[in-house]
Ligand binder design. Structure first.
Ligand code: C5P
Length: 245
């Protein structure tokens, strides 16, 4: 029996970080109805192209295409149009590409929309792997959080729908950009889970309370003995946090 739909479940994105589209599709079938969206990233896209996102979108599943476009506006516009034509719910670009590139992405998403539903366009502000020292080396001075908020505001001014950001940055982004600006947060570990290689993790409840709208969870679900049960447990944590928010 499929679990009931809920707001919390619709806000859970599972990262399908698996080496083949066939394996990822099998896992997605198991998780159908247990999560809101499926994230397809670089690894799978480089290996197999748009096969999986197209397949999932055609089955009516929500897809987050995580390819982080960053190029000249004309190229990003064309890439955004093609991403939207796949029927994905959301895709992302780098805010560091600047206002014109972000506006072009938004325009491309509109050009590629089908059936009246436009793909949401999200910005990556500052990669969470970059330290303050790394940022200084590439010419970005000051605290990383300042750059994150500045780029989130620029993304909003460029007409984007939201950002991908760590839970630690969510509250500052929410305060600066207001309600209605989408915050998607990876680096999530259920209260009882192993952090794996994520150095700075947050629980689902902490992320939601900080203002996150969507949570991205990979290995705690994809490597679980029972991925469906792992997803359901995370949704239960999310439901509790949302009712207390
Ligand atoms: O397995 P895990 O839950 O760590 O997977 C998290 C997913 O979110 C991965 O696909 C990873 O690339 C992505 N991500 C992240 N941290 C960021 C941005 C994206 O973990 N800052």
């Amino acid at each position: 029996m499929l679990p009931s739909t809920s707001l919390a479940r619709s806000r859970l994105i599972v990262a399908l970080d698996l080496p083949s589209a066939a394996e990822a599709a099998r896992l997605a079938e198991r998780l159908q109805g247990h999560v809101g969206l499926f994230k397809v990233g670089f690894e799978l896209f480089a290996a197999e192209g748009p096969v999986l996102p197209r397949y999932l979108a055609a089955r009516g599943e929500g897809v987050f295409l995580d390819l982080k476009f960053h190029d000249i506006p004309n190229t990003v516009r064309a890439a955004a149009r093609e991403a939207a034509r796949l029927g994905v719910t959301m895709f992302n670009i780098h805010a560091a590409g600047g206002r014109k590139m972000m506006e072009a992405a938004r325009e491309g998403a509109r050009e590629g929309e089908s059936g009246g539903a436009r793909s949401l366009v999200l910005a990556v502000t500052v990669l969470t792997s970059l330290s303050e020292h790394d940022l200084t080396e590439i010419g970005i001075a000051g605290a990383p959080e300042e750059a994150v908020v500045r780029l989130a505001l620029l993304a909003k001014a460029s007409g984007l729908d939201g950002v991908v950001a760590s839970a630690r940055e969510a509250a500052a982004i929410r305060a600066a950009c207001g309600d209605g600006f989408i915050i998607v947060t990876p680096g999530i570990r259920p209260a009882a889970a192993n952090a794996q290689d994520q150095a700075r993790v947050s629980t689902p409840a902490t992320a939601l309370r900080a203002g996150a709208d969507y949570l991205v969870v990979g290995r705690p679900i994809t490597t679980a003995q029972q991925p469906e049960a792992a997803a359901d447990a995370i949704v239960a944590e999310m439901e509790q946090a949302l009712t207390g928010r």
